[in-house]
Ligand binder design. Structure first.
Ligand SMILES: Cc1cc2nc3c(=O)[nH]c(=O)nc-3n(C[C@H](O)[C@H](O)[C@H](O)COP(=O)(O)OP(=O)(O)OC[C@H]3O[C@@H](n4cnc5c(N)ncnc54)[C@H](O)[C@@H]3O)c2cc1C
Length: 428
């Protein structure tokens, strides 16, 4: 019998440096896509690395295909910039659906029901129509690839960040693992948009870790829209998509799976993948049997990745708290509404993107420095676009101004963000 040991010592290895860049964005979800494009448009030399073969992360592969929301719940748009540009690009291809501007803030029952059926109105009554957008995930992936190519961001797929090399308080390289073995990329500044704060952890910056119930969204087609049994999709607790006869089913294991998982633990992920896929198939069978309009419906796709709402969150220079709702910040770099609440916003300060010690790391997307309750709002896709855009512009400006990101003049950053099309409150 071969003896087993608890650990193994790896031999020292010389790792090839496959690229050198000003700004390295790790993770090609909403925040990463936005950060890379924003930094490139400021003139920086940008590499974007993604572990899978598509962009969008949860917003495409996770089938979370609802932008909730670009407004403050009172009819005013508070997320614009690259998120708005995404909507424009999707719309040009007929790949999205949203209430026209004249309807935002409207509280008529007819409109509310119409948009609830699309998954565009949430929270508790009294409701108002939101500026929220439903879209097709394949259109997102296509548009994102074209956008990145057009902007000349260097995109590297199929590489998984697994470590960092540090020189004091600076990251000099990020190490990636792939079928080609280990490779390193040298950079001036790194933006962690992995969703899970992987680089935050590799660089030993403090974080909080939340265990969550996993979700697995799926879609079915072949639903009989002309069926006499009322709104069959609503009965199935699903939403109409941009295509006829199709439903998005935001199925969560929360009610059925027996435990929360740590989404940075591969054993937990393995357990959840198997359980959730089994449970989704049970649900597909149940819908076919119990809802007449679903009799001939079929599963078109389950999400490629589990729906993980939360894992690591940076504990950075500022931790945005629930009490900060509607509070103005001098260093505001993005604003988000709340998808379940009306007429309120969080201003996101620059300090929520900055780690305490490492000087050339920024964080954007769902792992920024906020508390668990604020995360409910800042994790939403439009907010991830907005923090990604801010991190991209900030890192490029810091470089061209020859200062550390933490020493960047935030008035200059706000001016550049506005010029790039982002929305910020007047006083900032
Ligand atoms: C069940 C559920 C429902 C939701 N509902 C909505 C909704 O209706 N509307 C809404 O707006 N938001 C919703 N959200 C929130 C939203 O989908 C996510 O928070 C948001 O998409 C996160 O974007 P991100 O770019 O921060 O991270 P992600 O989308 O997770 O992107 C991270 C990217 O980094 C890559 N990556 C990760 N680790 C590495 C690594 N080590 N090396 C290289 N690449 C790596 C991943 O493959 C991925 O592409 C929901 C989330 C969940 C889970």
């Amino acid at each position: 019998m071969m003896e087993r040991s608890d650990s193994v010592l790896l031999p020292e290895q010389r790792v090839p440096v496959i690229a050198k860049c000003d700004i390295l964005v790790v993770g090609g979800g909403s925040a990463g896509l936005s950060a890379a494009i924003a930094a490139k448009r400021q003139g920086a030399d940008v590499v974007l690395v993604e572990r899978y073969g598509y962009l969008g992360g949860l917003a495409s592969g996770g089938l979370i295909v609802l932008l909730l929301t670009l407004d403050d719940g009172a009819g005013r748009q508070v997320v614009a910039g690259l998120c708005q540009e995404l909507v424009d690009r999707l719309e040009a291809r007929g790949g999205c659906y949203y209430p026209p501007k004249g309807e935002w803030g409207d509280s008529s029952d007819e409109l509310i029901t119409q948009y609830q059926r699309r998954g565009l109105v949430w929270g508790s009554a009294p409701h108002k129509v939101r500026y929220s957008v439903a879209y097709d995930p394949e259109e997102f992936k296509f548009v994102a690839n074209e956008w990145v190519a057009e902007t000349s961001v260097q995109l590297l797929y199929h590489r998984w960040a697994s470590d960092v090399v540090q020189d004091g308080d600076r990251i000099t390289h990020v190490v990636f693992t792939s079928k080609a073995g280990r490779q390193a990329i040298a950079c001036n500044t790194v933006i962690d948009t992995t969703g899970d704060g992987d680089l935050v952890a590799f660089a030993n910056e403090p974080f909080e870790l939340e265990e969550v119930h996993p979700w697995l969204w799926f879609r079915m087609a072949g639903i009989d829209d002309a069926s006499a049994d009322g709104d069959a999709v609503a009965q199935a607790r699903g939403f109409r998509t941009v295509k006829p006869g199709q439903a998005l089913l935001p199925w969560g294991a929360a009610e059925r799976i027996d435990r929360r998982i740590d989404a940075t633990n591969p054993d937990d992920l393995t357990y959840a993948e198997i359980e959730c896929r089994r449970m989704v198939m049970e649900e597909v069978d149940r819908l076919r049997e119990q809802i007449p309009a679903f009799k001939d419906a079929y599963l078109t796709d389950m999400a490629l990745t589990l729906g993980i709402t939360e894992s690591r969150r940076l504990v950075g220079r500022y931790v945005l708290q629930r009490e900060d709702l509607d509070k103005p910040f001098d260093d505001v770099i993005a604003v988000t509404g709340h998808w379940t609440k009306y007429d309120c916003t969080y201003q996101i300060p620059y300090g929520s993107l900055l780690p305490k010690d490492v000087t050339n790391l920024l964080v954007a997307g769902r792992c920024i420095s906020v508390d668990h309750r604020v995360h409910h709002a800042t994790k939403e896709i439009p907010a991830c676009f907005a923090t990604g855009e801010a991190a991209g512009v900030a890192s490029a400006l810091a470089l061209s101004s020859d200062v550390l990101p933490r020493d960047l003049d935030t008035t200059q950053l706000q001016k550049a963000l506005r010029e790039a099309g982002a929305w910020l409150p007047d006083r900032a």
